[in-house]
Design a protein around this ligand. Structure first.
Ligand SMILES: *Cc1c(COP(=O)(O)O)cnc(C)c1O
Length: 492
């Protein structure tokens, strides 16, 4: 292996460094058990990617079961430790929307976590996996009556109610059945976080949750959140467990979580003082960030857990209330880094792009512009198996997986095969300049919100998902076939 002395391309974003060693894996991006073997090929638990391609084809989601279980345990341990002396520990709900199938539900259950769902379909997966309803929560801003019935049929541990409208529907449906619905109220604490920063406002302008702002309903002075607490406690068919919030995703710093916790605890104490309603539970949602590129440096779970615990402890002391039982809902932080997507390289193309020369100048200014090469590396999937770059401008990284290379690094853009120029898998990455058709590329960090958001755009079959454990690989979700795609076409 060689080191690459090359300088950065002028087309590269500022954050992207030329890797010192192009063949090396940047460890935080990869699941445990992923490494190059003696032949230089990427392998997981010793199984080389060429073998995975031979057995299962590409594109393919490759997940480490051991890594999933370890991350689930690590998260649960970190929060249970931090909150042990505050509320006896926490309940960790894995956010199933990030990646859900029956096998994963069983892992979640076996590791002592619970499950968050957000639709009847996700409840169907939970039911088929056989997880007890008491360990399942149902979210959603627009639950159908059918979904509410299903939640009650399954005797779910909690239904997270999102609006006054829904509260009345849940109450009526449960009352009609002679049932009791265990309910959390989702509030909007006016804290929005994304990665490094959060913004705090008094008002909310989004579809989720009950507003905590005082003038948010017709009823003078009462917030929607307060109205909901009062209404819920008036319904015999509702057991009001507590409050919930979820402030965003891919969050690195604990400050936003801490502020949201403080605002909800203030509210909880106010409800106790005004109505003598004691709310025993508080859910602080998910959103814990992971590394997608080498510049992402999320904090360890223990650090975030301790920071949040310190805030809950001191706030409860200041308010003179006993701490509610805390729960959290991590999705991405558990599954995101467990998985890489394996693609085969097809068409290669280099374009030349204008950019200001080193001495400055504007694009288009005669004499000052220089053209630089950007290489487009097309793979056999794309926005249908990972829409996050299109949806969120998400950055990823990629590595040549089927072999090592001593070739110089070349600024590359990994693109899919769809009829969309925005069909980008990895916007900017240095790959060896000898990458060729038939090579395999691996994109790490695709465990969350990739397969879950996948589509059949251009009639591409959605890829399968394999799980590797202790050197053995098995298909946990099979890939679609052309037959699957044609099956629903009624042809009439
Ligand atoms: C999406 C979501 C989560 C999980 O978010 P991550 O970023 O995957 O941790 C948790 N709770 C709710 C209510 C959500 O909508």
């Amino acid at each position: 292996m060689t080191t690459n002395p090359s300088t950065a391309s002028a087309l590269a974003p500022e954050w992207l460094q030329v890797p010192a060693e192009l063949n090396a894996l940047h460890e935080p991006l990869w699941a445990a058990g992923v490494a190059r073997n003696d032949a230089g090929e990427l392998a997981i638990d010793g199984i080389p990617v060429s073998e995975l391609q031979r057995q299962f084809g590409t594109p393919l989601f490759v997940m480490s079961e051991n890594d999933f279980r370890a991350r689930a345990r690590a998260f649960s341990d970190a929060f249970n430790d931090a909150f042990a002396d505050i509320c006896g520990g926490v309940d960790v709900y894995y956010a199933g929307k990030s990646f859900l199938c029956t096998t994963v539900v069983r892992w979640v259950e076996e590791e002592g976590l619970r499950l968050d769902t957000a639709s009847g379909g996700e409840l169907a997966v939970a039911a088929r996996a056989g997880i007890p309803g008491a360990d399942v929560a149902l979210h959603g801003n627009n639950k159908s009556d059918g979904e509410i019935h299903r939640a009650l049929d399954m005797q779910l541990g909690r239904i997270v109610v999102d609006s006054l409208d829904e509260l009345e529907r849940v109450a009526a449906i449960a009352a009609n059945r002679g049932d009791t619905a265990r309910v959390m109220l989702r509030l909007t604490p006016g804290v929005h976080a994304h990665t490094h920063e959060f913004i705090a406002t008094a008002h909310e302008d989004q579809k989720f949750g009950l507003s905590m702002a005082g003038d948010s309903t017709d009823q003078a002075g009462l917030s929607a959140a307060e109205e909901a607490v009062a209404a819920a406690s008036g319904h015999e068919s509702i057991e009001l467990l507590g409050l919930h919030c979820h402030i965003g995703s891919q969050i690195f710093e604990p400050d936003g979580f801490a502020l949201a916790a403080e605002r909800l605890l203030d509210f909880l104490a106010a409800m106790q003082a005004k109505y003598e309603i004691v709310l025993p539970e508080l859910d602080l949602g998910g959103g814990y960030g992971i590394a997608y590129t080498p510049v992402d440096t999320p904090r360890p779970a223990a650090e975030i857990a301790q920071a949040m615990a310190a805030v809950v402890r001191s706030k409860c002391a200041a308010l003179g209330i006993s701490a509610p039982r805390i729960s959290i809902e991590p999705g991405r932080a558990i599954v995101g880094s467990t998985t890489f997507t394996l693609y085969e390289v097809g068409t290669l193309k280099t374009v030349r792009v204008d950019a200001p020369a080193a001495g400055g100048g504007e694009p288009g200014e005669p004499g000052k512009n220089v053209t630089y090469p950007r290489r487009y590396v097309s793979v056999d999937g794309g926005m249908s198996d990972n829409p996050r770059p299109v949806l969120y401008d998400a950055d990823y990284s990629a590595i040549l997986a089927s072999r090592t290379s001593d070739a110089a690094p070349q600024l590359s853009r990994v693109v899919g095969k769809h009829c969309e120029s925005g069909d980008i898998v990895v916007r900017d990455v240095y790959l060896p300049e000898d990458v060729a058709a038939g090579d395999l590329l691996a994109v790490p960090g695709t465990g969350a919100y990739c397969w879950a958001l996948s589509s059949n755009y251009n009639y591409l079959a959605r890829p399968g998902v394999v799980a590797v454990r202790d050197g053995a690989v098995r298909l946990i979700v099979r890939g679609e076939t052309e037959e699957d795609l044609l099956n629903r076409d009624m042809g009439v």
